[in-house]
Design a protein around this ligand. Structure first.
Ligand code: SF4
Length: 556
């Protein structure tokens, strides 16, 4: 075939605040192939923002993009590109607008973007086919499926000789098989972790060797039939995963002028899988797909990747894509990061039951924001989730983060089987006393996700009523296919509803309103402790606690 030329694409609605980790890792992996291949990247998510901004005279832009990208369960990002996928001027507009209204969402921007999607895809496809790429590869996660399929289809229509490859979380397990079966313009699908399959695919095409040896891919025979190779036997060793190489993102950001409104960050990964989930997968969580086995990079490898990335891209904001931080890192990687004194501003997801010393270590290492998966403040509900923490651990973590200057992002999840109004009434009453701590972003009813224990075992209490309603406005497929393609499912409403649900939302809203300016500090005066209560809606007061007695409590 000669040197294979590949264009890797990240479509909307991948975050525009960072390059695509998947594209970065695949590009780096291609350098490890036996034969040389040419890889280019296209951050089409940023190009889309540039496009909607221009076409709407600035009425649409990064802010409107992010609102849609952040609302995964609404599915608007997928619906916006349906007309491009089905080559129609518009697709189920009335139905989707009605659906969005039911969810309390105004559709004005969604409709404007829907009208722009078809031309965006056509223009981009023309641009791509005019270049001499052999393979057009799409990384599809979360809301990227329909935008990716729409562009892939148009490219294939214009240039049938271009090979189309898909990978990413939307292609994990049976989803990848179903995508390949139902969208004949997709030549290859890599199911699960993609870098190994990608490398083998490039070298196999280069040498014209049989494709049936590449584990984890779907491909087509001469009749165009879908052939499904066996699954990958084992997850990749993280010490064999190369550091991502980002080619176009920072350049596109600069040339589009969006760098003035978007503060970019780097994205790196230190681990994959979940060490907690390996033993006690949280009952609602489908995040790890088919490989939950926890693997992490050696601290030395991660540190050297971080150093080169920061120097190469000259960005100090760094997000880790990890689902959960390796506990060993508190003693290995974090002290080393702390010694460096690099002024990094990093983000990572962690398990909530860590000590105050570990919170302090995170701060010293540069992790200024963490996502600890708090989910609830009630021990019984946390037990239903199999979270492995109690309500008090979560409160303590919020307190310790406030004390150490670490920001926390979290969400209150509710609607679990066997939870009861009693599990919430006490918490709702206590919320006003927590206003000095960082509030959750909101409260969300738990959804039934593929790969989660609730999904795999309906006897746990969440029945599966079929693919989420939103998909009927997005895919033109029978339920029989849809059920193997999609990630979110309908389930009978469990747990709290009505007044209790409303009270939870109200309590969290009030927490937000009262948080700014609320503090609850202490000072030590001799052998006593004086608590300075400056919480909003509370009487300003100083409470002196004398040695012994209640004083012991506040040190825990
Ligand atoms: S919610 Fe977090 S801790 Fe729980 S299984 Fe999923 S990734 Fe692991």
């Amino acid at each position: 075939m000669g040197t294979i030329k590949v264009l890797l694409i990240s479509m909307p609605w991948a975050s525009i605040h960072r390059p695509s980790l998947a594209l970065g890792v695949l590009t780096a992996a291609a350098e490890l192939c036996e034969f040389p291949h040419q890889i280019d990247q296209l951050s089409a998510n940023v190009r889309w923002v540039e496009y909607i901004k221009k076409e709407s005279d600035g009425k649409l832009g990064a802010k409107e993009f992010t609102q849609i990208a952040d609302n995964y369960f609404l599915g608007a990002g997928e619906w916006i590109f349906t007309n491009a996928l089905y080559s129609q001027k518009e697709w189920k507009v009335k139905e989707f607008v009605e659906f969005a209204k039911e969810q309390g969402v105004n559709s004005e921007h969604l409709i404007q973007m829907h009208k722009l999607a078809l031309n965006f895809i056509t223009d981009l496809a023309n641009e791509i086919v005019n270049k001499d790429y052999d393979i057009i590869g799409f990384s599809s996660s979360f809301l990227q499926n329909v935008p990716s399929l729409a562009l892939a289809k148009k490219v294939k229509e214009l240039a049938p000789d271009k090979l189309i490859a898909f990978g990413g979380a939307n292609c994990d397990g049976v989803q990848g098989v179903t995508l390949h079966k139902n969208f004949p313009f997709v030549d290859f699908v890599a199911r699960g972790e993609g870098e190994r399959a990608f490398m083998e695919l490039l070298d196999t095409l280069e040498t014209n060797s049989p494709l049936n040896k590449i584990a984890g891919i779907c491909w087509r025979n001469s009749l165009g039939e879908s052939i499904v190779n066996e699954d990958t036997a084992a997850p990749v060793n993280m010490n064999n995963v190369p550091a991502p190489i980002y080619l176009d993102y920072f350049k596109i950001l600069e040339s589009s002028g969006l760098s003035r409104e978007i503060e970019p960050e780097l994205i790196l990964e230190a681990s994959r899988g979940c060490w907690w989930g390996q033993k006690h997968q949280c009952t609602f969580c489908g995040l790890n797909g088919s490989f939950i086995d926890y693997r992490s990079k050696s601290p030395e490898k991660f540190l050297s990747e971080l150093e080169s990335a920061v120097k190469r891209y000259r960005v100090l904001d760094v997000s880790l894509a990890d689902n959960i931080l390796d506990m060993k890192y508190y003693k290995t990687l974090l002290p080393k990061l702390a010694e460096l004194d690099w002024d990094l501003r990093m983000f990572v997801e962690i398990k909530a039951n860590i000590t105050r010393e570990q919170v302090a270590m995170l701060r010293k290492a540069g992790f200024l924001t963490i996502q600890p998966g708090i989910e609830s403040l009630n021990s019984r509900v946390l037990r239903i989730m199999d979270k492995g923490v109690k309500g008090i651990h979560n409160i303590r973590l919020l307190r310790d983060c406030k004390s150490e200057g670490v920001a926390v992002t979290w969400n209150y999840l509710y609607g679990f089987p066997e939870e009861s109004p009693k599990d919430y009434s006490m918490i709702i009453k206590q919320l006003p006393s927590l206003v000095h701590l960082i509030p959750p972003m909101g409260a969300t009813r738990v959804a039934l996700e593929r790969f989660s224990p609730f999904f795999n075992k309906p006897e746990m209490g969440m029945d599966n009523l079929g693919p989420s309603k939103v998909y009927s406005y997005i895919y033109n497929l029978p339920d029989e296919e849809l059920k193997d393609l999609v990630y979110v499912f309908e389930s009978s409403e469990c747990g709290i509803k009505g007044t209790v649900e409303q009270n939870l939302h109200n309590g969290i809203r009030q927490w937000h309103n009262s948080h700014k300016g609320s503090t609850l500090n202490y000072i030590i005066k001799g052998q006593n402790v004086v608590i300075l209560d400056r919480r909003k809606n509370w009487k300003n007061r100083n409470i002196t606690l004398k040695k012994g007695g209640k004083l012991k409590l506040i040190w825990h």
